[in-house]
Ligand binder design. Structure first.
Ligand code: G1P
Length: 270
């Protein structure tokens, strides 16, 4: 399936990254030499998207927009059109995605959470497009450890996994190890059909009083319209201080190679 549009929610204020995010939006925190959100836009462009709908908040959205639009196009991103949309109130991730409906219209779309960066040389969006069916949304999944079951959405499988693909009957947001219906977690990469928009419109606030994307995925699953693709690699999570540091090391090693590797060895004492 060819997917021409990507939705990138970037309205989160980054409470886990305070004080860095008191003024600077989370999406603009630097990883090596570019803001976190630029990695997501580059990934969408590599997967063939020609439009990136970035959902920003009212206070800092103009900064995100300026990053992409000042002084012409960023090198490597000449082929992708950046289209900002403002989420006026912080009502949750599901609501942020819903805000993109008028720009997406009736097209299937990738959704990328900018907190998660794919490691160098790893791309999962082409796999989601490969296993897509015009009628079904595809979620990228990973097997989670116990601690992670409280930090991620977790799916209810409806079939056995075959060649990394399975059907999904529903999903639960951050269930914790006791209530988790499986160990397969949603890791921030999705390929949705436009059927998600009317579902999001009716989705009531869930965990944390927020309109949860996971609850809309649950409804897709209930209708038999959700599929999972189990990725064979973890994404880098830049939404926490330790994760940001780890991502900087992984991407720094890729960028600077032996020079940085020797520095790390020296710091670690061997
Ligand atoms: C969000 C989603 C959750 C998903 C996670 C992936 O949570 O609500 O379902 O598993 O992203 O990173 P957040 O990290 O914004 O709390």
């Amino acid at each position: 399936m060819d997917v021409e549009v990507a939705v990138i929610p970037a309205a989160g204020r980054g409470t886990r990254m305070r004080p860095a995010t008191r003024v600077v939006p989370k999406a603009l925190l630097t990883v090596v030499d570019r803001p976190a959100i630029q990695y997501a836009v580059e990934e969408a462009a590599r997967a063939g998207a020609s439009e990136a709908v970035i959902v920003v908040d009212l206070d800092t959205g103009h900064l995100v927009q300026q990053h992409f639009l000042v002084e012409g196009r960023l090198p490597g991103l000449e082929e992708i059109r950046i289209r900002p949309v403002v989420q006026e109130e912080p009502l949750g991730l599901g609501h942020a995605v819903w805000e993109a409906r008028e720009m997406v219209r009736d097209r299937p779309f990738f959704c990328l959470l900018a907190d998660n960066i794919t490691p160098p040389g790893v791309d999962v969006l082409p796999q989601l497009a490969r296993v897509a069916d015009p009628d079904k949304s595809v979620m990228c999944l990973r097997r989670l450890s116990d601690e992670m079951l409280s930090a991620y959405g977790v799916v209810i499988p409806a079939s056995e996994e075959e060649d990394a693909v399975l059907e999904i009957a529903g999903a639960v947001e951050k269930p914790g190890p006791k209530d988790a219906p499986s160990r397969l977690g949603l890791i921030g990469r999705y390929l949705f059909t436009p059927e998600i928009f009317p579902i999001l419109e009716k989705t009531e606030p869930g965990v944390g009083g927020e309109i949860q994307l996971t609850d809309a995925i649950h409804e897709l699953g209930r209708r038999g319209k959700a599929r999972g693709y189990v990725a064979d690699t973890d994404l880098l999570d830049v939404g926490t201080p330790l994760g940001l540091l780890e991502a900087s090391v992984v991407l720094g090693l890729d960028r600077f190679g032996d020079e940085f590797r020797s520095f790390l060895k020296e710091v670690c004492g061997h």
